[in-house]
Design a protein around this ligand. Structure first.
Ligand code: PAF
Length: 295
């Protein structure tokens, strides 16, 4: 008989259900999401299940991490389908709170990580990471997981959450899971649903550019400028607007100037628009596999 599947809408009910799962023993894992689940999310759930006997998922489109001109209202919310996917994936508990539950009237508290949030996405999405760290710390406080799994597609988010958990002495292991891609290399994202077929084809310039840079790096190229240019050459004709193509330290996220060498391990991160859809992607040299085999 399969284990019971529960859905909770209030933090108090969710906390009690997490306490009960923890008491069953075997470890308790957590995957925070904004829903519109795809294979990437299900891979995070599978990783959590490898590491813990019981897994909870949250589905919450967090208003505080969206800017005023971003896609908060149109973000897809296929809740019934998401719940079914969670049930099929062996999730024991899903938390689907309302905004008022997570941000009750009179709330005044925000969690902010400095430094790591000030590069890459930081200047383009003011307040975004403060929204992320605030909601993730609330979700950790409500659930008390031993392990929480995040996708490496949002690499900066992963580093920021790792830092936050360490700084707040939270007893949770934050695990980063490799980006899951379609066979043609496009990183899975709930926002890919916004792309028209023609835009989706153009978006393939991103994984192809990253793959080309990775091939160059594997062949010994260490010039940050050359590696960056390898991506730019492919994405410039495809993108409607480029926010950044940046080489940065893989841990401190500090950009590396074109004139510098990257060394063995560094992050190459991209954020751009195809049409009105903003896409992000990245690779870490010496850590990640090629996004596509034919750059
Ligand atoms: O990566 C996401 O989906 C969100 O940023 C997260 C971690 C669920 C916080 O809202």
């Amino acid at each position: 008989m399969s284990a019971a599947f529960e859905v909770k809408r209030t933090a108090a009910e969710f906390r009690a259900a997490c306490d009960a799962l923890r008491a069953e023993g075997g470890g308790f894992g957590f995957v925070p999401t904004m829903g519109a689940l795809h294979r990437g999310h299900l891979a995070l759930v599978a990783e959590a299940r490898r590491r813990a006997a019981h897994v909870a998922v949250s589905i919450f489109v967090n208003p505080t991490q969206f800017g005023p001109h971003e896609d908060f209202t149109r973000y897809p919310r296929p809740l019934e389908r998401d719940l079914e996917l969670c049930r099929e994936a062996g999730v024991r508990l899903v938390f689907t709170p309302s905004p008022a539950e997570m941000y009750p009237a009179g709330e005044r508290t925000r969690v902010r990580v400095s430094g790591l949030t000030e590069t890459l996405e930081g200047p383009f999405r003011p307040g975004h990471f403060e929204g992320v760290t605030t909601i993730v710390s609330k979700l950790f406080a409500a659930s008390g997981p031993a392990v929480a799994v995040f996708g490496r597609k949002d690499y900066q988010q992963l580093k920021v959450v790792e830092r936050m958990a360490a700084d707040l002495l939270l007893p949770v292991e934050v695990v980063g899971f490799p980006t899951v891609r379609d066979p043609d290399g496009l990183a899975l994202s709930s926002r890919n649903a916004y792309l028209s077929p023609e835009e989706r084809t153009r978006a393939l310039a991103v994984p192809r550019g990253l793959a080309r840079a990775l091939t160059l790096h594997r062949a010994g190229e260490e010039s940050a400028g050359t590696l960056r240019r390898a991506v730019l050459d492919l994405v410039e004709p495809a993108a409607t607007r480029i926010d950044y193509v940046t080489v940065a330290g893989a841990d401190d996220l500090v950009p590396i100037a074109d004139s510098e060498r990257v060394g063995r391990r560094a992050l190459l991160a991209v954020a751009l628009f195809v049409g009105t859809t903003r896409l992000i992607d990245n690779i870490v040299f010496s850590e990640d596999n090629a996004p596509v085999t034919t750059p």
